[in-house]
Design a protein around this ligand. Structure first.
Ligand code: ADP
Ligand code: ZN
Length: 626
C-alpha cells in the first residue's frame, strides 16, 4: 500500500494543517495512520476509545480533500456540539436534522450545493431519503464534490452493540449507490463481534482496520465497598469542585441522591427517563455549560454528551456489564487530563442485579427469556470479577477486551494501594457452618441475618427463632459487619455459597463449600484500605499536582473562559480544553507569539481569544521562572 507509507514532506504538511486548524503539534497514537488512509480514499474502520480523538481523524481529511464530507451521526445533541466546536476553529460546517424548520433546512441545502461546507452532519434517516440519495447527493457530486461518507458511532448498525438503531441499517445501501465515494466508519465499541458486524452491514470495501488500545491512561480506577461511608466519600469528591457524573440504577435513587447533594451545597441535577424531554435538555445544557457541577443520572445519560472535561465518574450502583462500565466510566477525562472513576459495590448490588435478571421475561408468555438471562448472568459475573479483583483494574478491563497489559499501571487502587491479603479460612468456616446449622433445621436466611447470628446480635428475630442457642451464635463478634459482608461477597463470588430466592434472597452451600469446611482449601481475603489510610497516600494520577500560584492562575483562566463561553452561549470547553488552560497557567505566555505555541491554540483561536488571555496573564502573573 503505497498510500500509507509515511513521506516526510507530506507529514510536515499534515502537521502544519493540524496546528493551523486544531492547534495541536502532534498526532495522538493512531490518528495519523487513519488520516492517511482517509486521504488515500480507502474505506476504513477505526476503533478508538472514547477521548482517543476520533473526530480529528475525519475532520482533518475533510479539510484537506476537495468537496464536502457527509457525516452521519445518531444524535441531534452530538451534531450540534461537533458543529459548534468546528465553527469555533473557523471551519465551515453545518447539520441537518429534525430540529430545524423547513425554511432553515432549505437554506442549508442551498449552501451545501453551493459548496459552502467542509462537513455536513446528517441524521441517518434523513440521509437515506430519496431526496438525498437521488437528487441532492448526485448534484453535490456533479457540483462542488462529495469527499467521503463518515459514519460516526458506527456500532449503532449492530444489534450486538449496546446502542442499536434500526435507521443505521439502511446505510449499507450507500456503498452500492455511490461506489466511488469512500466510507469511513468510527466507533468506540470494543467488542470483536460488533466490529465484524459494522464491516458487513456497511458493506465496507476491503477496509483498513485501525484498532487503538483501549487503555485510557489518564483515568484512575478504584472500587470501594458500599456502606455507611460511601456518601461522605462522594461528597468529598464533589467538594473538589470539578465536573462529575454519578450513575445510579433507579430514578428514585437519582432523585434522592441529587437532592441530598444539593442540601450539602453541591449544585447537582438529576437526569433520567422519567423527566420531561425539556427538563432533561435543560439539565444537560446547564451541566455542559458548567452552571451545574454534578449530574446524577441513570444510564440514560451520557451517549449524546460531548462534555470533555468531566473530572470524575462515580457508579453508586453496580453497572450491568464490563463493557457498560468501561463506556460509562470512560465519559471521564475525554480531554486527556487526569480523571477518577470510582465504582461502589456492595452485597445488595448482587441481589438487585440477580433480581433484575430473573425478571427478564417474555412479554407475551411470561416465560423466562433463558438465553437473555444467561448472557446477562455471564456479564454480571465478569463485572463481579472486576469488582472483586485484587489485580490491576486496568489489566482486568483490558483482558476483557482481548488486550494484553503489564501492570502495575500506577493509576488504580490495586496498584497504588495494594490490599493486604489475610487468611480468613477460620471465619469462612464459621460463616459456612452457620448456614449448615440453619439448613439442618430446614431454615434458610440471607447474609445479613447470618452475620447478625455470627456477631451475637440481640434482635427480636433471633430470639424468636431461638438462634442464640446455635453453636455459631456470637463466635464472630471480633469482626465488624463490613468485614463479614466482604467475606460473604467473596464466598458468593468464588462459588462457596449461592443465592437462591425464597421470596427474599437466601444463601445455600455449594459442593465447593465442603473443601473449605474440611480445611482442604484456604480462603485469602484482600481487605480494602480504610478511607483515611487511602487518602493519606496520593494516587499517581495526582502526583504532578500544580503549584498553588499556577492553580490560582488556572482558576482565573477558567473564569475568563466561562465568561467568553457565556457571551457566545457555548460550553466552556468549546473555547479551550482544560489542557490548554493548564498549559497557559504553566507557561504563562506573555505575547501572542508565545500564546500560539500553546497546544490547542489554532489560527482562529489565536485570533479570537489570544489578546484576552495574554492580557489576563500579563496582569495577573509574574513571569514564569526560567
Ligand atoms: P472521541 O470522539 O474519540 O471521544 P474527541 O475527538 O472528542 O474524542 O477528542 C477528545 C479530545 O482530545 C478533544 O478535546 C480533542 O480536541 C483532543 N484531541 C484530539 N486530537 C488531539 C491531538 N492530536 N492532540 C491533543 N489533543 C487532541
Ligand atoms: Zn493498576
Amino acid at each position: 500500500m503505497r498510500s500509507t507509507e509515511p513521506s516526510p514532506v507530506a507529514s510536515l504538511e499534515l502537521l502544519r494543517a493540524l496546528k493551523q486548524w486544531f492547534g495541536y503539534d502532534r498526532f495522538r497514537p493512531g490518528q495519523e495512520a487513519v488520516v492517511r488512509d482517509a486521504l488515500a480514499d480507502k474505506d476504513l474502520l477505526a476503533v478508538m476509545p472514547t477521548g482517543g480523538g476520533k473526530s480529528l481523524c475525519f475532520q482533518l481529511p475533510a479539510l484537506l480533500k476537495p468537496g464536502t464530507m457527509i457525516v452521519v451521526s445518531p444524535l441531534i445533541a452530538l451534531m450540534q456540539d461537533q458543529v459548534r466546536l468546528l465553527k469555533d476553529n473557523g471551519i465551515s460546517a453545518s447539520y441537518l436534522n429534525s430540529s430545524l424548520d423547513s425554511a432553515e433546512s432549505a437554506n442549508r441545502i442551498r449552501s451545501l450545493l453551493a459548496g459552502d461546507y467542509r462537513l455536513l452532519y446528517v441524521a441517518p434517516e434523513r440521509l437515506m431519503t430519496l431526496e438525498f440519495l437521488e437528487s441532492l447527493l448526485p448534484r453535490l457530486i456533479e457540483g462542488p464534490g462529495l469527499s467521503a461518507f463518515t459514519i460516526d458511532e458506527a456500532h449503532c448498525v449492530s444489534e450486538w452493540g449496546h446502542d442499536f438503531r434500526p435507521e443505521y441499517r439502511r446505510l449499507g445501501d450507500l456503498r452500492a449507490r455511490f461506489p466511488d465515494t469512500p466510507c469511513y466508519a468510527f466507533t468506540a465499541t470494543a467488542t470483536e463481534r460488533v466490529r465484524a458486524d459494522i464491516v458487513q452491514q456497511l458493506a465496507l470495501r476491503e477496509p483498513s482496520l485501525h484498532l487503538a488500545s483501549f487503555n485510557r491512561a489518564n483515568l484512575y480506577y478504584a472500587v470501594r465497598p458500599k456502606g455507611g461511608r460511601s456518601y461522605a466519600e462522594l461528597l468529598a469528591l464533589a467538594r473538589g469542585q470539578h465536573s462529575g457524573i454519578v450513575y445510579c440504577l433507579s430514578r428514585k435513587r437519582v432523585d434522592e441522591l441529587s437532592a441530598k447533594l444539593c442540601e450539602d451545597g453541591i449544585v447537582a441535577l438529576p437526569y433520567h427517563a422519567g423527566l420531561s424531554a425539556q427538563a432533561r435538555h435543560e439539565h444537560q445544557e446547564r451541566y455542559i455549560r458548567d452552571d451545574a457541577q454534578v449530574i446524577v443520572a441513570t444510564v440514560a445519560f451520557g451517549m449524546g454528551i460531548n462534555k470533555l472535561d468531566v473530572r470524575w465518574v462515580v457508579h453508586y450502583d453496580l453497572p450491568k456489564s464490563m463493557e457498560g462500565y468501561y463506556q460509562e466510566a470512560g465519559r471521564a477525562g475525554r480531554d486527556g487530563e487526569p480523571a477518577r472513576c470510582i465504582l461502589y459495590y456492595g452485597l445488595g448490588d448482587i441481589h438487585t442485579a440477580e433480581f433484575l435478571i430473573s425478571r427478564k421475561l417474555d412479554p407475551v408468555s411470561g416465560e423466562p427469556l433463558e438465553a437473555e438471562q444467561r448472557v446477562a448472568r455471564q456479564q454480571l459475573r465478569r463485572l463481579l470479577d472486576y469488582a472483586e479483583a485484587t489485580d490491576c483494574r486496568r489489566l482486568v478491563q483490558l483482558r476483557y477486551f482481548g488486550e494484553t497489559y503489564s501492570p502495575p499501571c500506577g493509576a488504580c487502587d490495586n496498584c497504588v494501594e495494594p490490599k493486604e491479603k489475610q487468611d480468613w479460612t477460620l471465619e469462612a468456616q464459621q460463616f459456612l457452618s452457620c448456614i449448615a446449622r440453619l439448613n439442618q433445621r430446614g431454615q434458610r436466611f440471607g447474609a445479613a441475618y447470618i452475620i447478625e447470628v455470627l456477631r451475637g446480635a440481640k434482635t427480636e428475630k433471633i430470639e424468636r427463632n431461638g438462634h442464640e442457642t446455635l453453636s455459631t451464635y456470637g463466635i464472630g463478634s471480633r469482626r465488624s459487619v463490613d468485614e463479614w459482608r466482604q467475606l460473604a461477597r467473596a464466598l458468593l463470588h468464588q462459588g462457596h455459597v449461592q443465592e437462591t430466592h425464597d421470596g427474599f434472597p437466601v444463601l445455600t452451600l455449594t459442593e465447593r463449600a465442603r473443601t473449605l469446611l474440611r480445611g482442604e482449601e484456604a480462603l485469602m481475603l484482600a481487605i480494602a484500605a480504610k478511607p483515611e489510610k487511602a487518602r493519606r497516600r496520593k494516587p499517581a494520577a495526582d502526583q504532578d499536582a500544580p503549584l498553588p500560584a499556577e492553580e490560582a492562575l488556572f482558576q482565573r483562566l477558567r473564569t475568563l473562559r466561562k465568561s467568553l463561553a457565556d457571551e457566545q452561549a457555548v460550553p466552556p470547553y468549546v473555547v479551550f480544553a482544560d489542557a490548554a488552560l493548564r498549559a497557559m497557567a504553566r507557561d504563562r505566555p506573555r505575547s501572542l507569539t508565545a500564546f500560539a505555541a500553546i497546544p490547542g491554540v489554532g489560527a482562529r483561536k489565536l485570533d479570537r481569544y489570544g489578546a484576552r488571555f495574554v492580557e489576563l496573564i500579563r496582569d495577573e502573573a509574574p513571569e514564569a521562572p526560567a
